[in-house]
Design a protein around this ligand. Structure first.
Ligand code: GLP
Length: 242
């Protein structure tokens, strides 16, 4: 059963999400965090940076694993999730860059890149807390609607709906990579706590399917109903169909 934390709007959702992550790191300074990209977590990352600047939290012993990365982009490409994370979080807090991990989209050898990533997550003892956004089609990470739930980190073909949704962040739609490396559903479910952040009415149907629909791989996020400690932090618009 997903717990639901209601937020008024995007800013309120961002602060509530940040507060849970901050509490995790304050209570356990050696936390392993699973992090997400997308527009949704940017406000939470800003709130985390403000708390760091006030001296409320120390990231020097934290390790992080990001959910996903586009295949074929160099790590310093401004469209890469490596770049996104440095810009929106890592370059603004005292995290050790040797402790941060994002799947290596520049490695064309998918089997090698994804196996190595799973081994690192396992060696770190899996995540204490995994932050997730949700795609309009119910995807989490880049686990697209499918015939079965995925297991470990793997290479995926992005769906048309995801390419179209993410095209707003690229100059032209044809620039959006067609493949990505993503943690699997099983890797996500290994995390001891999961926070799903959602805002805006374009997420309302996916939020409804995730919370109230059947647990089916055609809505990958629905599997979170089976997680023992998953919290949805969402604004009124994203909750409007519940
Ligand atoms: C991308 C990411 C997801 C993210 C989703 C929603 O596809 N791979 O991790 O949750 O987009 O993004 P946004 O928060 O911008 O709506």
């Amino acid at each position: 059963m997903l717990k639901i934390m209601r937020a008024r709007d995007y800013d309120d959702m961002s602060r509530k999400t940040a507060n849970i992550i901050l509490a995790q790191v304050i209570l356990k300074p050696t936390s392993v965090l699973g992090l997400a990209t997308g527009t949704t977590p940017i406000g939470a990352y800003e709130a985390i940076i403000r708390a760091y600047e006030r001296g409320d939290v120390d990231f020097s012993q934290v390790q992080t694993f990001n959910l996903d990365e586009y295949r074929g982009l160099a790590n310093d490409d401004p469209q890469s999730y490596h770049y996104f994370m440095r810009k929106h979080l890592f370059d603004n807090i005292n995290i050790d860059l040797d402790h941060v991990h994002v799947p290596d989209g520049s490695n064309a050898d998918a089997a090698a890149a994804t196996t190595a990533y799973d081994q690192m997550i396992e060696d770190a003892g899996f995540c204490d807390l995994q932050l997730l956004g949700i795609g309009r089609n119910g995807h989490i990470g880049f686990n697209e609607p499918d015939a079965a739930f995925s297991t470990g980190t793997h290479c995926v073909d992005l769906t048309r709906s995801t390419i179209e949704a993410n095209a707003r962040l690229f100059e032209r739609e044809q620039d959006v990579p067609r493949q990505a490396y993503t943690m699997g559903i099983q890797s996500i479910m290994h995390s001891r706590m999961v926070i799903i952040a959602a805002a805006g009415d374009e997420k309302a149907q996916a939020v409804r399917d995730m919370c109230q629909g059947p647990v089916v791989p055609s809505c990958p996020a629905s599997v979170l109903q089976l997680h023992p400690n998953a919290v949805l932090v969402a604004d009124e618009l994203a909750l409007s169909l519940l």
